[in-house]
Design a binder for this molecule. Structure first.
Ligand code: ATP
Ligand code: MG
Length: 254
């Protein structure tokens, strides 16, 4: 299998393009007591690319994101962001370094309005220009219409847009998304993934997209990494993984 740690990666369009390894994970091992949730995981994520991390329940996807963002401390391995070893960086410094993590579950502050929830995403940055909020609203017109509504009145899809929008207000270089499609109708998933693609293409952001919904994730991603029981089974272009019927049946559930 080709190694996507090289300086090039297949683009969604199928061509090759020079890319930057913005985030690198090397030999990452994380445990919960006797459970080895990640076992020597290595992968990289490039600027302007969506890297999908796929695998069944318990594969270690959430643990991978939690370890990258400093919420879980690995027992071995490194996390490198733009050349800087951030493996032991304090978790509260991660956002300022350019990492935004959108966890599973679409947590919002229910009593606050959509607009207030977005402001929370920009809190640590001090004064944020109104145009940055407008940019999020332009990207997600559905939440723009609901900006003065309490967050608990949003649908699942709208909530997902809100938490992604909130993360964008931190001005990340790397966006970690944990199962954004969970429980959403296919039409809404396609809409959110389409917007994500637009964002990545226009802003050169790097997205690490964790999904059990491998079919949808591979349809939007450039590169796919398949995890099983805490280990990388294969890393390849999304197009190649999509075409590999045996792999799909064995690990991706479609
Ligand atoms: N807080 C925890 N304490 C103990 N074990 C845990 C904890 N969190 C996860 N695990 C275990 O670590 C392994 C990896 O779990 P993880 O949540 O990373 O998987 P996942 O790929 O995100 O799964 P899912 O698709 O169900 O979200 C599993 O065996 C799980 O039971
Ligand atoms: Mg998970």
């Amino acid at each position: 299998m080709p190694d996507t740690h090289g300086s090039t990666a297949m683009s969604a369009a199928g061509g090759t393009a020079t890319t930057t390894r913005l985030l690198e994970v090397e030999g990452l091992t994380s445990t919960y007591g006797p459970v080895r949730a990640l076992d020597g995981v290595s992968l990289s994520a490039e600027a302007g690319r969506i890297t999908a991390v796929l695998g069944a329940n318990g594969a270690g996807k959430t643990t991978l994101l939690r370890t990258i963002s400093g919420l879980v401390r690995p027992v071995a391995g490194r996390v490198v962001l733009d050349g800087e070893d951030i493996t032991k960086a304090p978790v509260e410094s991660m956002v300022a370094k350019g990492m935004a993590h959108v966890p599973e579950g679409r947590g919002v502050i229910s009593e606050l309005t959509v607009d207030e929830n977005l402001r929370v995403g920009a809190l640590f940055r001090g004064k944020v220009d109104r145009s940055e909020f407008d940019r999020v609203y332009d990207l997600f017109p559905r939440i723009a219409e609901r900006r003065n509504n309490a967050a608990h009145t949003l649908s699942g899809g709208e909530r997902q847009m809100l938490v992604i929008g909130r993360a964008l207000l931190a001005k990340p270089r790397v966006l970690l998304l944990d199962e954004p499609s969970l429980g959403l109708a296919p039409r809404i998933v396609a809409q959110i993934f389409g917007l994500l693609r637009q964002l990545v293409d226009s802003e050169g952001l790097s997205v690490l997209l964790v999904e059990q919904n491998a079919r949808s994730a591979l349809s939007v991603a450039d590169v796919g990494v398949v995890l099983n029981l805490g280990r990388v089974v294969v890393t390849d272009s999304a197009r190649t993984l999509m075409a590999d019927e045996d792999l799909r049946h064995a690990y991706l559930g479609f």
